[in-house]
Design a protein around this ligand. Structure first.
Ligand code: ADP
Ligand code: MG
Length: 238
């Protein structure tokens, strides 16, 4: 189980406060989407949850345990970025299994675990290929495979589909939704794409200029936006 909680979190870069006091609880197993215009602080918030960025004040809790200041490895969260960041010289099997190898898992066990993950992501036929011999969608699946292979407590996606063309984005979005259903893992998904947010989310967090404007299920936000900004951003009828 993994519940993620932010308590009055702020972040300043020099004199510039970009997160201005965020309180948020993400329930175990829920798929929460952070949405908002470019520069509103989505990535910064996600990076603070992952431990890749320090908070300026406030605290981050995972399953009730205060992890503020803890290293990323201690948080057992898996992050998937928009850049695939695959190792170009390694085949798909080695890319997916890499973190298990560095963690010291026996190679027979690694093979078994990578096979399981490849089956989930429909990569079984591509395990001996190098990244350059894969399509964009396949590469993105390998990146997701690298994240799920260690059985993390939660997934953090930062605009994972923004490098893909429109048709592939729709396809991958459906796959991510299916994956979430299957794994039932707590997931935070960052996007500036309203359609992606509306179709994927159990709950949407609308951010604007470092603050939360509204939190709720997609339908509720669409039907009852708290203000004009939310209405315009989600395309609700005015
Ligand atoms: P989003 O992901 O919503 O587009 P970001 O979290 O990347 O927004 O950025 C929020 C604000 O913080 C922006 O004004 C950005 O320029 C600023 N920012 C992000 N990272 C840094 C950094 N390392 N140093 C200085 N400013 C930063
Ligand atoms: Mg960003």
């Amino acid at each position: 189980m993994s519940q993620i909680e932010l308590r009055d979190v702020t972040k300043a870069f020099g004199p510039h406060e970009v997160i201005k006091g965020v309180d948020l609880t993400i329930a175990d197993g829920e798929l929460t989407v952070f949405v908002g215009p470019s520069g509103c602080g989505k990535s910064t918030l996600l990076r603070m949850i992952a431990g890749l960025e320090d908070v300026s004040s406030g605290s981050v809790l995972i399953d009730g345990k205060d992890v503020t200041g803890a290293a990323p490895a201690e948080r057992a969260l898996a992050m998937v970025f928009q850049s695939y960041a695959l190792y170009p010289h390694m085949d798909v099997r080695a890319n997916i299994g890499f973190s298990l190898k560095t963690a010291g898992m026996a190679s027979a066990e690694i093979t078994k675990r990578v096979d399981e993950v490849a089956a989930i992501l429909k990569l079984t036929d591509y395990l001996d290929r190098k990244p350059k011999a894969l399509s964009g969608g396949q590469r993105q699946r390998v990146a997701i495979g690298r994240a799920i292979v260690r059985d993390p407590t939660a997934f953090l996606f930062d605009e994972p589909l923004s490098n893909l063309d429109a048709a592939l984005r729709v396809e991958m979005r459906i796959e991510i939704a299916k994956l979430h259903k299957k794994l039932e893992a707590t997931t935070i998904y960052v996007t500036h794409d309203q359609v992606e947010a509306m179709t994927l989310a159990d709950k949407i967090v609308v951010l604007r200029d470092g603050l939360i404007e509204q939190i709720g299920p997609p339908r509720e936000l669409y039907d009852r936006p708290a203000n004009l900004f939310v209405a315009q951003f989600l395309g609700s009828p005015k």
